[in-house]
Ligand binder design. Structure first.
Ligand code: DHE
Length: 515
């Protein structure tokens, strides 16, 4: 009798424990209202490994337990035991069993154009339109619009959750497009200081690129494996390309860049050793091509005249995740996946033309160029190595390896400045900003403006007279430096400011800025 009672009790206890840790049921009960039944995001962000594995600061368990300050995410410590929280976190980090279709129909259904937006004939402010600078504040998902002369904040608007990569301006510098990791693209009118609309171009996206003519915005997606091309006018879908390598292997798109002289977008692919070039040239027989070569454009479908965006697929000797272009956009420098070296592809002939000595996982996307003696040099930080590589772009040889106080993320300069600014993003010296002399290629100063705080990413004003530096903390600030004396002249409090983007430097492809 006692034995059978014990068995019944044990069985019911283990049943209770199992019932307690049913993460799918917990997800439906506690998360799905805000994060969507499919975990793809609603008023809250998508809860999928692609997003969560990058989560810095508090771990997923801690956010479920305690919530997130300054957001609408509450804590669930009173509803869920530690065990259930841990199981729920594991469930959220599990890949989706199936990715729902996200093609033209779904993208168009997500589009919201603001009804209260009205176009204006001139800016509603009196600042220099070419010296406007945007500061992305990732702490509470806002962008501050700064007057680049007075550093007055003209507007502060909400962005989609978790903006990544540089916002892209149209060629007139009036409209700006901002992308979030959940694939939302926001269009904002700087003249009117108003959002124009939003559309979800992908489910998990990497970055965006603006066509040289300002008509198209390309969105690189991880989920699904697509490249979405939007009309910049009304955010409508122009085309969604399924991305599959020459042998049919589907691939995520690591990044998309614009190559204005070639009238094309260039894509870095994650899962196939190929570079893609997607033309937005309207030439009727597609014969126009900067290098005069059109024979290997792959036209999908039988009618070239109707194919707005023909694709050219170039096989590469290695997987290339990250790119840097020379000023002519003929040569693309790529970092190899192994992080041991790199190579140069000539886009005209579609062939590798040089190897690069680039150990330490270079972050080529933040590379910059400047004139050094008779040649142009390109400098890139490394994500895994406390060095900056300086490469001569005529010989592709590394002319200098500059030791730093830790691996860095971003670099910036300006043609009117004699210095390059390079952060130390990782490690104990993340509060250091190095100042490098562009002529001697030596570090001439290492600044620690806020000891212990991450100090990263620099942008210059239009004339290069001031440099804006992020104190990349929740209670952070943007420090405005006199770029000559290296003294702080103004401090602008901000919520975890990340990148800053000056209209003029971006639309003119200023040599000291990464594109
Ligand atoms: Fe970025 C730009 C890739 C992690 C902040 N980042 C870019 C670009 C690429 C890229 C390809 C250039 C796109 C553009 O601007 O159009 N970033 C990657 C990664 O592969 C990596 C290492 C890992 C990942 O999960 O994506 C990565 N990036 C980060 C971060 O952790 C950062 C520091 C914080 C964040 O917000 O996610 C970060 N990345 C940025 C910023 C830019 C950027 C601020 C724009 C720099 C600029 O000046 O243009």
């Amino acid at each position: 009798m006692i034995r059978s009672l014990t068995l019944v009790l044990a069985a019911s206890m283990s049943f209770a424990a199992m019932a307690q840790a049913d993460p799918r049921a917990d997800y439906v009960e506690f998360c799905s209202d805000c994060h969507d039944a499919n975990r793809l995001g609603g008023t809250g962000p998508a809860l999928i490994p692609q997003t969560l594995k990058r989560m810095r600061g508090p771990k997923v368990e801690a956010v479920i337990r305690d919530g997130r300050v300054t957001t609408q995410m509450p804590g669930f410590s009173e509803d869920l035991s530690e065990e259930r929280i841990a199981e729920l976190a594991t469930y959220l980090k599990t890949p989706l069993e199936a990715v729902p279709p996200w093609g033209e129909e779904q993208i168009m259904a997500s589009r919201v154009m603001d009804e209260d937006y009205a176009s204006v004939d001139a800016p509603v402010w009196s600042s220099d339109p070419m010296n406007i600078t945007l500061a992305v504040e990732t702490g509470d998902h806002h962008v501050s619009v700064l007057d680049g002369d007075t550093f007055e904040v003209l507007d502060r608007f909400a962005t989609p959750f978790a903006v990544h990569g540089g916002p892209k301006f149209d060629p007139n510098g009036r409209f700006v497009f901002i992308m979030s990791r959940d694939g939302w693209v926001q269009k904002y009118d700087i003249w009117a200081l108003k959002q124009v609309g939003r559309v979800r171009a992908g489910l998990n996206s990497r970055n965006i690129a603006m066509s040289g003519d300002g008509k198209w915005l390309a969105v690189a997606n991880y989920l699904p494996n697509t490249l979405t091309i939007l009309s910049t006018d009304d955010l409508s879908v122009a085309e969604v390309h399924d991305v599959k390598g020459k042998d049919g292997t589907p691939s995520r798109v690591s990044a998309v860049y614009q190559a204005p002289p070639r009238e094309s977008f260039v894509l870095a692919l994650k899962d196939v050793p190929e570079i893609w070039e997607v033309s937005y040239s309207k030439h009727p027989d597609l014969n126009y091509f900067a290098g005069g070569l059109a024979h290997d454009w792959k036209i999908e479908g039988p009618v070239p005249q109707d194919t707005r965006f023909p694709i050219r697929k170039i096989t590469t000797p290695d997987y290339l995740d990250d790119f840097f272009f020379d000023q002519t956009y003929e040569y693309v420098m790529g970092a190899s996946r192994k992080g041991e070296d790199g190579l140069v592809i000539d886009l005209v002939i579609g062939q590798k033309v040089a190897d690069l000595e680039l150990a330490g996982m270079p972050h080529l996307g933040s590379g910059i160029t400047w004139q050094h003696g008779d040649s142009t040099v390109m400098a890139t930080p490394h994500l895994k190595d406390a060095t900056i590589s300086v490469i001569d772009m005529s010989t592709w040889k590394t002319v200098k390896t500059i030791p730093t106080e830790g691996p860095g993320f971003f670099m910036r300069s300006h043609k009117n400045s004699k210095y390059v600014w390079a952060d130390v993003f990782f490690g104990p010296n993340k509060d250091v900003m190095h100042i490098i002399d562009k002529e001697t290629l030596e570090i001439v100063k290492s600044m620690r403006p806020v000891p212990g705080a991450t100090v990263a990413h620099v942008e210059f004003t239009k004339d290069g007279s001031h440099a804006l530096v992020s104190v990349w903390e929740d209670d952070g600030e943007v420090l405005v430096y006199d770029a000559e004396t290296l003294e702080i002249v103004k401090r602008l409090p901000m919520r975890k400011p990340s990148g800053k983007y000056n209209v003029w430097n971006k639309i003119t492809f200023e040599e000291g800025t990464s594109h």
